[in-house]
Design a protein around this ligand. Structure first.
Ligand code: MG
Length: 398
């Protein structure tokens, strides 16, 4: 059990590159860990739990590679760009131009380049380092020796950043903690700039350093894969600690986040599901069709990922006037289809035993198959888990 899971109001913030995603020569196409996205999504669906991704990347670039959705917040350029983003002042722009001119001369060869973010200039040699590590180090050393003028220089892995603002991951994190009123903050990161974040943590906060190197974080994990284990544990512990929400809106967010977390891990949308004749894609299509049509609107369409998140938005906007249908039918349906979608991919579904038990009691007292929406209950062993009994009761083979 991770102690932070029991916080009154929890803030979970993660760096992106090297933490949620592995490195790649193509920064626009990095391998993102789907289990970490799943765990963060589940956390964000829980009451009194806030989640953000805080990256050194330009905000726009970050959102192109990280497909997490609201209510998860994004902050780019170490926190310079988020909901409170502004434009550089004239003085900041001059300072950036001054550094830019010097860096451009040094990094004028294949595999090295200057990245231009609104408040920073970043020297990159990652690609060059793959072919000629010595040359990459030489260029980086020369870049480190330039006159930084009014900018602040920070070294990272194969990068050197010059920032025209005082906003660091630490100041952003402190501001966000204040904004959401968190009593416990969890921050995960792998790089030198993440130390700014670890340093502002205190008390019962948790800093998780990814990989080697000196750190002021209290917890260390080996790599991107271990981050996903840790985040999954945190999501499991906090879900169990909070139990399933009573309030309809909170319960919808919770159950929808469960399915969203599976959506991020789907690798084959054409795989057969446990619903007779339906592929994984059809499971999402079913949800995105019946609910809108039941309230006189048009089905939400699109590719499965867009279709699912489109439905979630659709429900959020219409929940108040359709609370009864959402509470008594849609939430149950999403819960059961989370199991279908997960098993179609060979994944285990993150389903709450307590909620499953309450549904099972309700199912056992009604004839579900009477209106033809459910198949006849499937026989199941006496000692089967609550979830398996529920699945069998709803006419699926667990
Ligand atoms: Mg990183």
């Amino acid at each position: 059990m991770i102690t932070a899971a029991t916080a009154q109001n929890l803030l979970v913030v993660s760096d992106f590159d090297g933490t949620l995603a592995s490195f790649s020569v193509d920064a626009a196409d990095v391998p993102v860990n789907a289990r970490s996205l799943a765990a963060l999504t589940r956390l964000a669906g829980l009451p009194d739990t806030h989640v953000a991704v805080l990256s050194g990347r330009h905000l726009e670039g970050l959102m192109q590679v990280c497909h997490l959705r609201a209510p998860i917040a994004f902050a780019g350029s170490h926190g310079n760009e988020s909901s409170v983003a502004g434009e550089p002042t004239e003085a900041q722009q001059e300072a950036l131009d001054f550094v830019d001119r010097q860096l451009s001369e040094i990094l004028d060869e294949p595999g090295a380049f200057v990245e231009r973010k609104p408040f920073q200039r970043v020297a990159h040699v990652f690609r060059l380092a793959q072919e000629d590590p010595a040359r990459a180090q030489e260029l980086l050393a020369r870049a480190a020796a330039i006159d930084p003028g009014e900018t602040r220089m920070t070294a990272g892995k194969q990068i050197l950043e010059f920032s025209a603002t005082d906003v660091t991951k630490g100041t952003w994190l402190a501001g966000e903690r204040e904004r959401v009123g968190a009593d416990v903050t969890v921050f995960l990161g792998d790089d030198v700039t993440d130390e700014d974040g670890f340093r502002i943590l205190g008390g019962s906060d948790v800093g998780v350093k990814v990989g080697g190197g000196e750190t002021s974080a209290g917890v260390r994990v080996a790599g991107v894969e271990e981050v996903s284990d840790w985040l999954t544990q945190l999501a499991d512990d906090r879900s169990r600690h909070l139990g399933f929400p009573r309030d309809t809106r909170a319960r919808f967010e919770w159950v929808a986040a469960g399915l969203s977390s599976v959506v991020f891990q789907v690798t084959d949308w054409d795989a057969a599901s446990s619903c007779e004749g339906w592929s994984a894609r059809d499971v999402v299509d079913h949800l995105a069709t019946w609910f809108p049509e039941a309230i006189g609107a048009e089905a939400v369409t699109g590719e499965p990922l867009e279709q699912w998140f489109g439905l979630v938005e659709f429900v959020r906007e219409r929940l108040a006037e359709n609370e009864k249908l959402v509470r008594s039918v849609l939430i149950t349906d999403i819960f059961l289809h989370t199991w279908d979608l997960a098993t179609s991919q060979g994944l285990s579904a993150p389903l709450d035993e307590g909620f499953a038990a309450s549904l099972l009691r309700a199912f056992e007292s009604t004839d579900l198959s009477a209106d033809g929406k459910f198949a006849e209950p499937v026989p199941v062993a006496e000692g089967a888990s609550v979830m398996d009994k529920l699945i069998a009761q709803s006419g699926r083979r667990p």
